[in-house]
Ligand binder design. Structure first.
Ligand SMILES: Nc1nc2c(ncn2[C@@H]2O[C@H](COP(=O)(O)OP(=O)(O)OP(=O)(O)O)[C@@H](O)[C@H]2O)c(=O)[nH]1
Ligand SMILES: [Mg+2]
Length: 203
């Protein structure tokens, strides 16, 4: 059942710049990845029902891993992890390397239950996106979250979702597809319920 947010508690845990700073694994963690500007931090705020994650119209805003804790009830608490966006060319090469290593170490954590691959519904999935998706699927369960659906009418959304499903090809059956608008809060409560379900159920 979707929550109205009244009983939830959200908390910013920490920023992580190197693998050594990753917190000890005490609860389920969910990673949020995707191109810069696709709406990762915004959706995390929507799920937390807070403004704890910093968002920006300028790509590359989130440059470290940020851990947020969401306590839904006395039995359910988990971490939403905001990962740096990719496809941001202005980042110095050596910094990009450090980020890649950090993300790799993050993905190896057993406590990371699933990765949410966020993608702006207006953009076609290109080879870089598909490569990353394949890499993620090798190590984790993956949900593909199409963001900013408020940009389209319901009819257009259907067409764009169908195009993305086509681009996924054989990967389609390996991912769980979600559509959201954080602006209109469409699909956000459902995604929170999905997260809660993953915490309580294996697989
Ligand atoms: N129309 C619309 N705009 C959105 C939505 N979610 C986010 N945005 C806008 O998209 C821009 C980027 O959002 P962020 O949440 O900062 O994106 P990000 O993926 O965290 O970006 P980086 O941290 O740079 O990787 C901001 O201008 C947001 O206001 C949405 O649901 N609808
Ligand atoms: Mg961000």
């Amino acid at each position: 059942m979707p929550h109205d947010g009244d009983s939830m508690q959200a908390r910013y845990l920490k920023a992580v710049a190197t693998s050594e700073q990753l917190p000890s694994p005490v609860a389920s963690e969910f990673g949020f990845v995707g191109r810069s500007n696709c709406g990762k931090s915004s959706l995390i705020n929507g799920l937390l029902n807070s403004k704890l994650a910093r968002t920006s119209a300028m790509p590359g805003r989130t440059q470290m891993i940020h851990y947020f804790e969401l306590q839904i009830d006395t039995e359910t608490s988990f971490f939403l992890v905001d990962l740096p966006g990719y496809g941001f060319n202005k980042t110095p090469k050596n910094l990009q390397k450090t980020w890649d290593l950090l993300i790799k170490d993050f993905l190896e954590r057993v406590c990371v239950r699933e990765v949410f691959f966020l993608h702006d519904i207006r953009r076609p999935l290109d080879d870089v996106d598909l490569c990353l998706l394949e890499d993620l699927l090798e190590v984790k369960k993956v949900s593909l979250v199409l963001t900013k659906i408020d940009k389209f009418s319901v009819q257009q959304q259907k067409q764009y979702v169908a195009a993305i499903q086509g681009a996924l090809g054989s990967l389609l059956s390996d991912v769980t597809l979600h559509t959201v608008s954080n602006l209109h809060k469409t699909g956000v409560a459902e995604l929170r319920t999905y997260l809660q379900h993953q915490v309580h159920h294996e697989g």
